[in-house]
Ligand binder design. Structure first.
Ligand SMILES: *Cc1c(COP(=O)(O)O)cnc(C)c1O
Length: 406
């Protein structure tokens, strides 16, 4: 007899029957390309630790020193007693790095996104979201008193059309910078132009871009600089980054105009009503930021791996998404094919996750591969030879299907 209400139990059963149950694996060591799970050894291509900073000796050392100084917990929200000089210093350094007036720290990216969207919109407003936006952005829209709508992925013509018909009192355009499941970039210059034309605000969540893209790692705002798009503070007023990815840490931040940050401090509920991140995390993240700035070879290494990966996969009958970021997806279509491919790789000792609905649209189940500066050339070779086996599998499957249809 289940304790769940019948309709909840039904949801669980339906998910089981569709083969869409998710399971968790407990890693036994640090976040590194190679690690153990349940007694087996794996080479992983699914971490967001793009620059290999999560287990960096200097970051660990900074954390240990800070724990001795500040203890573990922050003891309260930023408004009461949780805010400390470590947070303050990290905020100043992030603002300087991103070339903005001010930065504001959050404990997670999910909280930053839901909180900021809510704080910046109100009854009578309209939030326009890319259809492939991260769940935290979409959820922020649903929580807001403003209306929400979604425009087709990266389709600025459709976005313009929606804005031209809108009678809302204010508009917020929201997009991922680098799309988390496809790895492609938002069309930033067009989004800026659209926002300008309709007097809308623009918010970009560059969780996967900051640290990785642009010569100095400032993310999507810098990636388009060659095309002359400078993405100034007034053109791109709300820019969010997370610390759990390229920074190898935990938490998130928003950067922008001083008065906007002051407004967010006063009115962002997940900021006000939540415990500040541990000061030692802030302190260790300062070291991550320093390494990220001083060691551009980490970004170049990831870029180099991505270029070579794409060249070598181009010779296989596998469909890659249009991505220059460390996120590389191989679209396989149905859930079973993606799961089988992930299993084939697991048998070779490779950990690559199969991404299925509802995380991605039905019919676009995929392998999602991410690269890190910590991957070696030998790691890349192992991935490619395992993918050769996957592609042989996939193409014989397709041939069987064609035979069956004929
Ligand atoms: C990971 C991610 C988030 C959430 O950040 P957390 O700090 O993990 O909560 C938000 N947006 C995007 C695009 C992400 O990939």
């Amino acid at each position: 007899m289940s304790i769940l209400l019948p309709h909840l139990l039904q949801k669980l059963r339906t998910r089981e029957e569709a083969g869409l149950m998710r399971s968790r694996l407990a890693r036994t060591g640090a976040q590194e390309p190679e690690f153990g799970i349940a007694g087996s050894h794996f080479l992983s291509f699914c971490s967001n630790d793009y620059l290999g900073l999560a287990n960096h000796p200097q970051v660990r050392h900074a954390f240990k020193l800070a724990v001795d100084r500040y203890g573990l917990g922050s003891g309260g929200s930023h408004m009461v007693t949780g805010h400390c000089v470590a947070h303050q210093a990290l905020e100043e350094e992030l603002a300087d790095f991103m070339g903005r007036d001010r930065a504001l720290l959050f404990s997670t990216g999910y909280m930053a996104n839901t909180g900021i969207i809510n704080a910046l919109t109100d009854t009578g407003g309209l939030i326009l979201q890319d259809s492939l936006n991260h769940a935290s952005l979409l959820d922020g829209g649903w929580l807001s008193k403003a209306e929400s709508c979604r425009y087709p992925h990266n389709d600025c013509a459709a976005l313009n059309e929606m804005l031209s018909k809108s009678t809302a009192s204010h508009h917020l355009i929201v997009s991922d910078g680098v799309f988390s499941m496809d790895g492609d970039l938002a069309p930033l210059p067009e989004l800026i132009e659209t926002a300008r034309r309709y007097g809308a605000w623009l918010m970009i969540d560059d969780a996967h871009g900051i640290g990785c893209l642009g010569a100095s790692g400032r993310g999507i705002a810098e990636a388009f600089a060659f095309g002359g798009c400078t993405a100034t503070q007034s053109e791109l007023p709300v820019l969010v980054g997370t610390l759990g990815k390229a920074f190898g840490s935990s938490g998130a931040f928003v950067v922008g105009d001083s008065e906007m940050i002051e407004y967010l401090i006063q009115f962002t509920r997940p900021y006000i009503y939540s415990t500040a991140m541990p000061p030692a995390v802030a302190e260790a993240t300062r070291t991550s930021l320093r390494l990220l700035r001083e060691e551009p070879w980490r970004r170049q290494r990831v870029q180099d791996l991505v270029i070579r990966f794409r060249e070598r996969v181009a010779g296989l009958p596998l469909q890659l998404t249009d991505s220059t970021s460390p996120i590389q997806a191989i679209i396989l279509g149905d859930v079973e094919t993606a799961m089988r491919a992930s299993m084939t790789l697991a048998q070779e000792g490779l950990h690559v996750s199969a991404i299925r609905p509802p995380t991605v649209p039905v019919g676009t189940s995929r392998l999602r591969i991410t690269f890190s500066a910590a991957h070696t050339d030998a790691h890349l070779d192992r991935l490619i030879s395992a993918l050769e086996r996957v592609s042989a599998d996939v193409s014989s499957e397709t041939q069987n299907l064609l035979r069956y249809r004929n």
